[in-house]
Design a protein around this ligand. Structure first.
Ligand code: NDP
Length: 330
């Protein structure tokens, strides 16, 4: 038997969460059974926990949680043995497949990544999809020529999960980071993570008529999308790149192509969900090397399975700071 946060549809067709004791036979098919130690909360988890399932969950009962880290309990795949420490992000786990809000998970071996020795299962979930995606974004910007001497790097949605980890990684690598936030009270937190400059969200919240403004940013990790991304494109330096990660501010892109044509600006799409295994291993190795663990600790908000329904609603309101780490055994 194991405990999980089970989402079930009620008579009105709304999904509701309850802590349930389940038998191992309830687990979905898969080659590897993992004793989950920690999970986390991402924006997408907020959608999956919502009464409608956010358009992502189609089958109930369901166990959400798009990320987990733990130890292999049993494996039918030669790559994994009992006791191995593993991490999982993406692959639509927690959406189409049962996820990490549970003491046990059963998944395909191909979906797992062995956890580097330097990262605990708790730290791995402080990173989670949000931090893993931040690392992919940093890697993409650097693969396109970003170096610390090129100038300031902008991070939007900075006090959120993706943004917080992006600020910490970039600062550790020697970049001068400008952090955009709509929450002035997070300034101390963002400066402790390594932000050199705080930019109020209102400064970039609206588009302007001019398609090009002063060349300001050598790179950008954008968790917000919408008008803010459109505005930032017109402020990028010549041949600089923006890594488009999120849509916390909207999915529309009310931009012109002028920054691409006259400044050679690059818009780099970042997807973490279907990312190939080799890139995943590279990103987790880079996280072990480039993410200061003391800064990561400062981002953690501890939580239990019981806390998740309320936290899911909060993250959809932009009210969660840093990274929620869920101890599924607490
Ligand atoms: P969070 O809610 O933790 O962070 C989002 C942040 O964006 C908020 O904290 C807030 O930052 C800012 N924000 C929220 N609403 C608005 C708004 N209306 N206008 C401007 N800024 C806003 O979420 P995550 O960090 O987990 O995820 C961020 C985004 O990245 C989401 O859209 C998510 O879906 C996406 N994502 C994409 C992935 C991929 O594979 N491409 C993987 C992971 C996440 P502040 O308070 O500092 O202003």
């Amino acid at each position: 038997m194991f405990r999980a946060l089970l989402l079930e549809k009620n008579a009105e067709g709304q999904a509701q969460a309850r802590l349930a004791e389940l038998d191992d036979s309830a687990l979905p098919a898969g080659e590897v059974t993992v004793a989950v130690e920690y999970s986390t909360l991402n924006y997408k988890d907020g959608l999956c926990l919502s009464p409608s399932g956010g358009g992502l969950v189609r089958n109930w009962p369901h166990v959400a949680g798009i990320d987990f880290a733990g130890r292999v309990e049993a494996s039918e795949d030669a790559r994994y043995s009992p006791g191995d420490r593993v991490v999982l992000t993406g692959w639509r786990v927690g959406e189409a497949h049962w996820g990490g809000y549970s003491q046990k998970a059963r998944v395909k071996a191909d979906w797992l990544v062995p956890l580097p020795d330097a990262i605990s299962t708790r730290a791995a979930m402080a990173v989670g999809t949000a931090g893993f995606t931040s690392m992919l974004a940093v890697m993409a910007l650097e693969d396109h020529g970003l170096t610390p001497d090129k100038g300031e790097v902008l991070v939007t949605g900075a006090a959120g999960g993706v943004g917080s980890v992006a600020v910490a990684i970039l600062a550790k690598r020697g970049y001068s980071v400008a952090a955009v936030t709509g929450r002035p009270e997070t300034e101390g937190y963002l400066r402790d993570l390594g932000a050199a400059r705080i930019i109020p969200r209102a400064d970039l919240a609206e588009t302007v008529k001019r398609p090009l403004e002063a060349e300001t940013w050598a790179g950008c990790i954008d968790a917000v999308g919408g008008a803010m991304l459109a505005r930032v494109l017109g402020q990028m330096k010549y041949q600089a790149s923006v890594a488009a990660v999120g849509l916390a501010g909207g999915a529309a892109l009310p931009a012109t192509v002028i920054p691409f044509l006259l400044r050679g600006v690059n818009l780099l799409g970042i997807d973490s969900v279907m990312r190939n295994h080799a890139d995943r291993v590279r990103a987790w190795d880079r996280i072990a090397a480039d993410l200061p663990m003391d800064k990561l600790e400062a981002m953690i908000r501890p939580a239990t399975l019981q806390d998740l329904p309320a936290l899911g609603a909060a993250i959809l309101q932009g009210q969660v700071q840093g990274r929620v780490v869920v101890d599924v055994n607490a």
